[in-house]
Structures are given as structure tokens and as C-alpha cells.
Design a protein around this ligand. Structure first.
Ligand code: ZN
Length: 289
């Protein structure tokens, strides 16, 4: 399994926290017809994206990008000690898989200069913080944490109406510790990291593009969850906040990178999770690296 890629002057590491069954395909994608699933079952299973009961298999992981100047962690996964009663695999877990993955890739928590979250969902912010003496503290003590302003404002407002636990335990403590940068779409880190607005899954969802002068790699976050969505870009999961916008964003993202040598690093596609976008029929495929 590939855990490391080199493109341009970047080195990219995957830190996998879980790779496991998630939701039944027909439940996650209300627009997916049973006969369409039947038609695509074989390659989905071969790709490791579907199990024998038609349940989708997703990876949950962070990427670490080493540029010539910085070490940047993208999406901080699930985390430990967090009450997530609706998700037994995540609820109050205490395993050391993530920290062992970080060490195996050659990093300590102190090495990370920036943490960038594509959006503020529970499985993308978890390791932003860890429990220390009963308090949530930033896991990466030397990092600036980058949050998109549209996204941050959306969750601030939502949390103001009804408490959003991952926002409370994994985002606000970082802000309170003075470690956050709430940024707009023109934000960049040196000449290597940029924001590509990709709204739909959440209002301020952002992809991140990396490379000097061109996009050697792009981190697509949750603008897509499963390889079936590259073939059918209009297939939106039930938890996309704006499903029509998400469908438009997905197709224009795939069109933008189709036929280029940009390495597309997905959040949730099965291992190796990263590849290059090619055209197929009226859709696309991500040819795994
Ligand atoms: Zn996700």
C-alpha cells in the first residue's frame, strides 16, 4: 500500500486512522439506483470501495505535505477520547493507530507547521485537539491552524443554535489557544499552498492545491467520497449540505484536473486514495497512483 508520494518538490505522506465500512451505498447516495449499483458492483469491490453487503468502504486519513519550507498536515481525522455516540467506531476511542502512523512517517507532533482543514466535519478536525488533564489542547503545539472564514462562520452560527460537539471540542479550543488563522480564499502559504473554493458538501468547503507555479497535487477533501462519484459526478451523498451545488462543484473540479498530471489526493477513497483524473464516458475515473 502506498503511503508516500513524490510530486514536483513535494513529498506527501498518508496517515491512516481507519479504513473500514461506513454506510450502505444506496443509503449514502439517494440518487443511486439499485440496478446502477449492480452494474458497477464488480469494479467497486475490486477497488476496495464496496463490501459483500453493498456497504461502502472509506479511508479516514490525514495527509502530510512537506514543501521545501514547511510541513503541512491536511485534515486531522477522528481523534481520541471524543464523545461521538452516533458512531461506535469513533466514540471515545483510545487507540494509538494515528500517532503510530505519524511516527512511522517520520514526524512528531512538534514538526507540523500548519494544520489545514478542508471543512469542519467530525472526521476532519478530530486530532486538532487532544485531552490533557481534562482540557482540550492543540495536538500540534507549533502549528498554525487554518480555517476558511465562510466555513468557520457557518459552524459558529450552527453551533450557536444547537451545540455541535466536534466544533466545541476540536475547533474552538484551537481558536481560544490563539493558534488559528481564519482565512479567505486568497490565502497562501509561500508559493506552495493555495485554497480552491469547492462549496456544496459544506458552505465553506475548500480544496487545497500545492506546487510552485502549478498544481502538482490537490487535496479534494469531501467534495467526493467514493470512486463511483467520479463516474457519476452528479451523485451527491445525503449529507452534502447543498446537494445541487456539490454536484456542480464535483463536475467542475473533475473537469479542471482531467488529463493533467496533478495528483488528486482524496480524503476517503480506498487505499491508495490518490491518483490522476481521466475522462471516461460522460464522467471520469481517478486512476490510482
Ligand atoms: Zn469526511
Amino acid at each position: 500500500m502506498s503511503l508516500k508520494f513524490s510530486v514536483g518538490d513535494l513529498t506527501i505522506h498518508r496517515i491512516i486512522e481507519q479504513e473500514t465500512t461506513f454506510l450502505p451505498a444506496l443509503d449514502m447516495f439517494p440518487g443511486l439506483a439499485p440496478d446502477a449499483l449492480a452494474e458497477h458492483r464488480t469494479w467497486m469491490k475490486q477497488a476496495g470501495a464496496l463490501d459483500d453487503s453493498d456497504t461502502l468502504i472509506l479511508a479516514f486519513q490525514s495527509y502530510i505535505v512537506k514543501t521545501p519550507h514547511h510541513t503541512i498536515l491536511i485534515d486531522s481525522c477522528i481523534g481520541n477520547d471524543k464523545p461521538r455516540p452516533n458512531r461506535p467506531n469513533w466514540n471515545m476511542k483510545t487507540d494509538d493507530t494515528y500517532m503510530r502512523g505519524l511516527a512511522a512517517a517520520g514526524f512528531s507532533v512538534g514538526d507540523i507547521d500548519y494544520v489545514m482543514c478542508t471543512h469542519l466535519h467530525v472526521d476532519h478536525v478530530g486530532w486538532n485537539t487532544r485531552l490533557e488533564n481534562g482540557r482540550w489542547v492543540p495536538t500540534f503545539p507549533n502549528a498554525r491552524y487554518v480555517f476558511d472564514k465562510t466555513e468557520f462562520d457557518y459552524w459558529t452560527e450552527t453551533n450557536g443554535k444547537t451545540e455541535v460537539p466536534p466544533f466545541r471540542d476540536s475547533v474552538l479550543p484551537v481558536v481560544e489557544a490563539g493558534k488559528s488563522e481564519i482565512v479567505r480564499n486568497d490565502f497562501a502559504i509561500g508559493d506552495h499552498a493555495r485554497i480552491l473554493p469547492t462549496p456544496g458538501h459544506t458552505p465553506g468547503h475548500a480544496a487545497f492545491t500545492f506546487g510552485r507555479g502549478k498544481d502538482d497535487a490537490v487535496f479534494s477533501g469531501d467534495l467526493m467520497h467514493s470512486p463511483i462519484q467520479t463516474l457519476f459526478p452528479e451523485l451527491s451523498p445525503k449529507f452534502d449540505v447543498d446537494q445541487a451545488q456539490a454536484a456542480k462543484t464535483r463536475r467542475s473540479f473533475l473537469e479542471r484536473y482531467c488529463g493533467t498530471d496533478t495528483l488528486c489526493c482524496t480524503a476517503h477513497f480506498p487505499s491508495p486514495s490518490a491518483g490522476r483524473i481521466k475522462r471516461k464516458g460522460n464522467g471520469f475515473v481517478c486512476e490510482m497512483a
